[in-house]
Design a protein around this ligand. Sequence first.
Ligand code: MEV
Length: 429
Amino acid sequence: MSKVKGFSKLSKQEKINWLIDNYFPNQPSAKNILLQYWNTDEQLQALHDGFIENTLSNFYLPYAVSPNFLIDGEYYTLPMVIEESSVVAASSKAAKFWAERGGFHTRVLGTKKIGHIHLIYKGKSQEIFDYFQTNKQLFKKAINPLQENMQKRGGGILSIDFVNQTDKLPGYYQIVMTFDTVDSMGANFINTVLEEFSEIFVENMPNELRQKTDIIMRILSNYTPECVVRAEVECPVEQLRTSNMSGKEYADKFIAAIKIAEAEPYRAVTHNKGIMNGVDAVVLATGNDFRAVEADVHAYASRNGQYTSLSHASVNNGIFRFWLELPLAIGTVGGLTALHPLAKFSLQLLKNPSAKGLMRIIASAGLAQNFAAINALITDGIQQGHMKMHLNNLLKLLNANPSEIALAKSYFANKKVNFNELKRLLNRK
Ligand code: MEV
């Protein structure tokens, strides 16, 4: 295998050839695996190639929809991009269940985002504080043109503060800026403002201060504990009755499952992963940054020093309530939301929501998924639903014909699916 020079400058074909020559020398057909995913529409392919660097092909994920989400009195069909079987079925089932009980009620608790200029100052605190304070208005004025468009849309810079962080690290200070980025996720806006602000901050410094100042980095924080949405469902306890549990028994067991996730980080991680099955699927379908959302949500789940459940439940006066709070820094304009045709389609399907609207929808998707998971866990277990999907996949793998499919489905109707047993049943080797 050789070291490659100037790889990014090669054409797509040349990159593929290099890859096949070096990593698949005895398998030239491996090239076709990449080529078969190219879109025949060259313009569309070029669009996707342009999203990132060194693009060779496309990696498909299924795009599904989950209907019957009644959110704040309006019905939605949610777009979901996810590779895991059962998630969409579970989402749709939970949405229908709650639509019959008043649906999801949501509230955006805040939309504030935050960014920092991290710097080291090797002088007296008072000097740098005085410099910041004396010149703050000048800095603000200089930065103003950058936020004109954002201000027209109703957002902009909310606050600018100089913060002493020397108890965390010697010489460490921050310029902390908070923002309202309205319908955009805001990363570009925030980072541009921070970079420009730091230039102005340093340029105007007297020499003796500048010599003691080292700007380390200027970057938004993906932790957004003040950009948070809440989603909730509720119903009388008796409406939770199942074929073999009273409403009270069901509610008690459900709440016990939640309390375990609140108390035990091992369970909390899996519990929250179930929430993220719904959240990420809609985040991806709408072209949003799922890594940012994941990092944010899990930091939020640990905000009190121990990783815990994002959702909670209670019963008061015979009413069962189930809710979650999620920090969500997402956008409905800019970034991929405007460029990816399927992301645009998803947003249109969701009636072109504002960022706040999309926060409400995503939180409902997360709560529905969490409800479906806990419901399965405290009743039949999750394998039953999974196994049905698993059987379908195995039948596809074995190229089963319709009568074999019917035979296998009735054979495994009340039985754990086992691949060897299936093969025996269908006379496969
Ligand atoms: C599987 O993707 C998600 C679950 O494990 C979530 C949970 O346990 O709550 C079912």
